[in-house]
Design a protein around this ligand. Sequence first.
Ligand SMILES: [Mg+2]
Length: 731
Amino acid sequence: MSTTAAAHDPSAARSNGHFSKHDASHRPHPIEDVFSTDVYTERAMQQRLPKDVFKKLQRTIKQGERLDPELADVVASAMKDWALERGASHYTHWFQPLTGQTAEKHDAFMVPDGHGGALSEFTGSALVQGEPDASSFPSGGLRATFEARGYTAWDCTSPVFINRSGGSATLCIPTAFVSWTGEALDKKTPLLRSMEALGEQALRVLKIFGTDANVSRVMATVGAEQEYFLIDREYYFQRPDLITCDRSIFGAKPPKHQQLEDHYFGAIPSRVLAYMSECERDLYRLGVPVKTRHNEVAPCQFELAPLFETANIACDHQMLVMETLKRVAPRHGLQCILHEKPFAGINGSGKHLNWSMSTDTGVNLLDPRDETHTNMQFLVCLCAVIRAVDLHADLLRASVASANNDHRLGANEAPPAIMSIFLGDMLSDIVDQLEAGTPKSTLKGGKLDLGARTLPQIPRHTGDRNRTSPFAFTGNKFEFRAVGSSASVAWPATVLNTIVAESLDFVATELEKSVGPKANEAKLQQVVRALLQKIVKQHKRVIFNGDGYDKAWHDEAAKRGLLNHRDSVRALSVISAKKNIDLFKKYKVLNKVEVESREHIFIEKYVKQVLIEAEMGVLIGRTQILPAAIRQQSELAEVVAATEAADVDATDARAHLEQFASEVNRLRIAIAKLDEITSEHATDAHEHAAHIRDKVRPALADLREVVDSLEVQISSDLWPLPTYREILLIK
Ligand SMILES: [Mg+2]
């Protein structure tokens, strides 16, 4: 057996010591002692700040008032003391450029004292504003490359925290990132703007219903479930495709994968559980309310889900979740893969974005409550969302488009690319009643008798769940299920907030107009019913409760005139359509150049990602697969020669050799074709992206087909890569 083969022998990985080292039981600290210990919480601020400063800062944080610059020095100094006590030596403005990752540049608290010593310092201006060199972040034409200046500005609505990594502790200050001219170069700034737009319009609706007492803000809330793969790190390092592309571009389907459905919700392997516990401990320290963990459908696939939070904080926390999952894995001999489709033939990973709206007094505007048909405010919010999804399905689809997610959306594991809404039986029934005029009843679920006296009767929901819908109402929120597992949720949340803000604006304007200044309850009810009837009639085509995987739905959706942008190039190209530029502009979320820059950046990213994959395909094909195939061919040729020399009939061996040699030729041709097509270039970004979609991706798929076919023909001691069979069945 060659050394390569021995290195990816599963038994070698099992005995590599990770189990004994990391499976040791630990006594967890009570959650109260751990949660938010590395977060500069409201309580920590209250303990450290003068009363009046604390109050003013809280008004900024909670009511969105502008921060008084005079306070900054006091706030910064207290924050520094808190951070130093926790071992921090540096601080950083932590921001989210359009790369989809987070960015940080550390500065030490240390300043020379002028007498040969040093002391620690952190000024208000260093807290409030930073100036990283912006020239190497994608700007999508927002500025020329020689214009390097960019600013970061403290977002005090998301708590400051301490990041611990590599034995070092760093004070992280969540910030917005803008260009010298003030254009948003990040994901946070438009998200914050969209939250303001949504809050403003939602408040108008509350005022109409007279439910705005004590409410000063309405906020979007988000909870993002994260799916991910964990594989043994030893295998990871032997797969250049996984290292470079975060997904395998070759790999034959193993005999056993997910067909027995024995992984989903199965007992969590002990090494993985140890890993999950450590991730949770780290995330608790950062105040991230992770709640649920389980095995997912595909082998080696898992999920983590948090409780919902204010959208801005949830999006920051989501970035921390991804970072933590990645960072902790090596300590357990594991590699965490966040890619949407790391392995072909088995399920990929998504990130369900749970979304709702909530007042600062704690009322969830998407809670239907018991007698839903009487809950007109809820029905207004519901219909506003239905209208928003129907009118802006293009943007919603675009918000989840990426080269990665193209492997997933539309395959029979993830929702289709058609943006439809699942409402369930109870709400669908009420929507039907609204369409007919006056809703008179709410369907009840009743009880489920399980037949055994020892088992309790359990309440039953009015309808089943639907896993195939991209946008589903799930009890008291919507679940946007088309988001990719490696994506930041900030952009889809920004789009959702903006399109719903537009719908709430429409509804509020219509109602204010019709109700008039002397509204009474009866008049209001009548006007609301009439408006909702109109909305349902116009937009009910977007509601679909059936099987989203079914081909019949795709035909039906086309008849209803619903968009079906199957690939990202098509989907992304609508971002800067006039309708969308106008929409973002009207609600002050993005101006025209900011919208256009996003389309440009996302298209460019698509191109670059697929090109990297194609180049890796050519490289691995030429330097690993082809040499292995040639060795196999030469062995087969030797067999034919030796058999014939021994004067034994070699007909079968010769036929085998001929067949194999023709496969090797196919491989050569496929590599050469991919190489050639990859080097072809169009100057226009959209044309280039279309070339990548129409030519490069199919050529890579063709190469994969040949390679995967060779994988099951070539001797395992010659095959240069760990196989799916080995990678995916390791616990
Ligand atoms: Mg899941």
